[in-house]
Design a protein around this ligand. Sequence first.
Ligand SMILES: [Zn+2]
Length: 427
Amino acid sequence: MNWETVIGLETHVELATKSKIFCACTTAFGGAPNTHCCPVCTGMPGALPVLNGKVVEYAVRAALALGCTVTRHSRFDRKNYFYPDLPKAYQISQLYLPIGRDGAVEAGGRTVGIHELHMEEDAGKLIHDPWTEQTKIDYNRCGVPLIEIVTKPDFRTAEEVVAYLEWLRETLQYLGVSDCKMQEGSLRCDVNLSVRPAGSDTLGTRTELKNLSSFKAIRRAIGYEARRQIERLEAGGRVVQETRRWDENKDASYPMRSKEDAQDYRYFPEPDLPPLELSEAYIQALRASQPELAAAKRARYQAVWGLGSYDAEMLTSQKALARFFRGDGGPGGGAQAGGQLAHGAGAGPALRPRPGGQGHGPDAPHPGPADPTGEGGAAQPQHRRQGVRGGLRDQRRRGRVCGRPRSGPGVRRRPGGPGGGAGALRQ
Ligand SMILES: [Zn+2]
């Protein structure tokens, strides 16, 4: 029998805000264990969360780039479960009203449906020490902001999955909302996989492979799990719905637990946070100030500068690299007439805008794509709805929010400089 593999993805992405989602602790990776914590992110009784406005901005920017409808009236929900890396015994997430819904992206030559995008907080880390047979807990990661992006079951092969993830990583890096460093856990994936007879419209029973954090692991885990399910069905058995752990060293997956449903988590609306209301003007301001993304940049390099597809691909493969291209306002570039690689200034082949080329040359830079990293200057969305503002104002009055001056989205501050350090960028 011919089998078809059906795959959907849940991708967790850590946002590149300076402070955590509900407190002013730093999000810096690493650090001595349990030094990036406070009563809020370690769940001390009576500590109350305050939403970081930058997290909302980054989540909306990501939702817009994924073609989602932004939910103007959303809220947070409590997902209750016990695990040692979650000191509150609940995670603040969004179940009923996620901030983004019903998107679609073109990646790897196919359309991938985006079911939803929601905001939530990360948990801490357990470090198992087999030598001492002890498990140690580092809460530094508790409360680091995440977005979770859930696709529809639109993938059929591991290659399609990897093509989508490469597109996602590139897009989120260009947006400046995440560094997407898989080796540091900033981008990690859960793979939902089932198999069915080719041509069938019915979905088979799926399993979930948790926390895959490299393209290699994703490819191998998908191949292994599809084979395992097919062998089981062909032997007359059935697939059990469960969550499985991928062991990279053994090249095999193992059952972790039977799959929970939403009701197992006893979700309810988070009582410590007001509903989140976004004005249309706020969403439009973010839409208007989205930076130019990689695909658009590639097309512009080819149309305006006459670059071949390979060169355009190479120059835009990383955001930092594209900045070295003079035609993109990189060092020594900006308003100059000739585009060329900055490192080749005076030696490299000077490029001239293609006559009649469409798009924007360096004399007419890309129209106002504010760069959320602050590198190109960004428009600051001014409007916040009463729901958030009122909540923040109330809490500021009670002394739980630092009144830090606003800055452009994601503007990097000098460590220790004004407004630097571990302080929050609360708005
Ligand atoms: Zn904290």
